[in-house]
Design a protein around this ligand. Sequence first.
Ligand SMILES: Nc1ncnc2c1ncn2[C@@H]1O[C@H](COP(=O)(O)OP(=O)(O)OP(=O)(O)O)[C@@H](O)[C@H]1O
Ligand SMILES: Nc1ncnc2c1ncn2[C@@H]1O[C@H](COP(=O)(O)OP(=O)(O)OP(=O)(O)O)[C@@H](O)[C@H]1O
Ligand SMILES: [Mg+2]
Ligand SMILES: [Mg+2]
Lengths: 253, 253
Amino acid sequence: MAEVIALANQKGGVGKTTTAINLGACLARRGLRVLLVDVDPQANATSGLGGSNESGSLYDALGGAARLEDLIVPSSEPGLSLVPSSPDLAGAEIELVDADRREYVLRELLLPLRPRWDFILLDCPPSLGLLTVNALTAADAVVIPVQCEYLALEGLGHLAATLERVRHTLNGSLRLEGLVMTMFDPRTTLAQQVVAEVRGHFAQTFRTVVPRSVRLSEAPSHGLSIVAYAPHSAGAAAYAGVADELLARRVAS
Amino acid sequence: MAEVIALANQKGGVGKTTTAINLGACLARRGLRVLLVDVDPQANATSGLGGSNESGSLYDALGGAARLEDLIVPSSEPGLSLVPSSPDLAGAEIELVDADRREYVLRELLLPLRPRWDFILLDCPPSLGLLTVNALTAADAVVIPVQCEYLALEGLGHLAATLERVRHTLNGSLRLEGLVMTMFDPRTTLAQQVVAEVRGHFAQTFRTVVPRSVRLSEAPSHGLSIVAYAPHSAGAAAYAGVADELLARRVAS
Ligand SMILES: Nc1ncnc2c1ncn2[C@@H]1O[C@H](COP(=O)(O)OP(=O)(O)OP(=O)(O)O)[C@@H](O)[C@H]1O
Ligand SMILES: Nc1ncnc2c1ncn2[C@@H]1O[C@H](COP(=O)(O)OP(=O)(O)OP(=O)(O)O)[C@@H](O)[C@H]1O
Ligand SMILES: [Mg+2]
Ligand SMILES: [Mg+2]
């Protein structure tokens, strides 16, 4: 039975898409059935996995023009399937405002799909608008990528409060899986301070820290995950570590 | 007579806030009267300049509860004033949907203020929703910060198309001032490729490239601009270069 995990953080550029693609790839390489749903109109997860939205995108399903299962396409990563996004998904933010049960649309679309997957990952846009609220309402757990930068710290309190609000009003079983520290540069004290600060506030912070690595930022230009593009790189090792921690928590509990 | 410049890019984490704060500070240091309006619910420009939203934020003016001029507060940077933001501004995206002339609200709020400033900078959130559309409708020109990363390239076509649409339907005098390349790391070929690609597509790209510099990411943790925090740093020199180019274009034309 699938577990739905949202990758969310309203701060921009913190590694949501990079974590969605590469955590997804690492889980798929362990033989798990993984679906990545691109909930961001920027469609970076779609192109970062070599996917195309020519035969439709999440926008079509949210508007009722297509069934979600008909939108699923393979990605460049064997075992990792994709529901593509497209720029018109930005329109959904406004179009959903007056819809009935507007926060539950994605949750209800995903219900019939869950039995076929072990993990469904939702890559969110950098905002707390209706698309992200839909993803949080559909999710069992949230993974929050946090860039090792000062400005990335600022929004965490507000994000945590938003998760609480969603849990109380829309999705009682939503839980915080953990925070993944990204783009860590060991040469700067700032990065070390940010990691210490986040670890101090959030017990569920993943032990694995993802280093800043140019290979990670090159991989999407080839439409490949880090494990396909540079399997022996520090970035590939780090995301394998994140996947291991995630799975180990499920065995242990 | 003020010129209104929006800092916009729907891609997250590309340096919109860092450019708004530091371009603003460099213009103010040259004796110009500069107002920075924080149009992002994350309120990073507000805290990055040591500002507080305790006595109100842009949200109050958009909703008609306060006059914009009553919200102006000093920042840590002499000569650079600020209209703070707050997290409830995210609600404006939904609340504005049914408002009359919903795209013109900010433009109309800024009209009476323009004579008192030389430049009004608008720091936008990472989306193309109603807040950013309001900023683009209010602006005379747009500066697009572009991170020297592959994923930052992907959205530029869509952003350029959005600017065209705003120019045709909402704000006929909107023009593209230029693109500022940010977080440039000369050691990676990827960064050099991205700069060459952007320069090839957009003639108005600023000559000055902002290097990746930890001083720039430390400055907001002190509530200071780069010129106050590390005046002799590469980041301070780069933003002085961007300010010089911006002003030189106004003299030349
Ligand atoms: N560990 C890393 N090392 C180096 N570069 C990275 C790393 N993680 C992500 N990047 C790069 O940093 C940029 C931001 O990452 P990404 O796009 O994944 O963030 P995001 O949170 O999904 O952004 P958005 O808020 O726009 O959706 C991208 O260009 C990406 O390639
Ligand atoms: N030239 C630079 N060198 C190093 N770090 C930088 C540079 N410019 C910005 N940063 C850091 O990178 C992160 C992203 O920058 P910033 O927050 O200004 O981007 P943004 O586009 O405003 O993000 P958002 O999309 O969330 O509004 C911040 O932590 C900032 O301090
Ligand atoms: Mg993303
Ligand atoms: Mg910003």
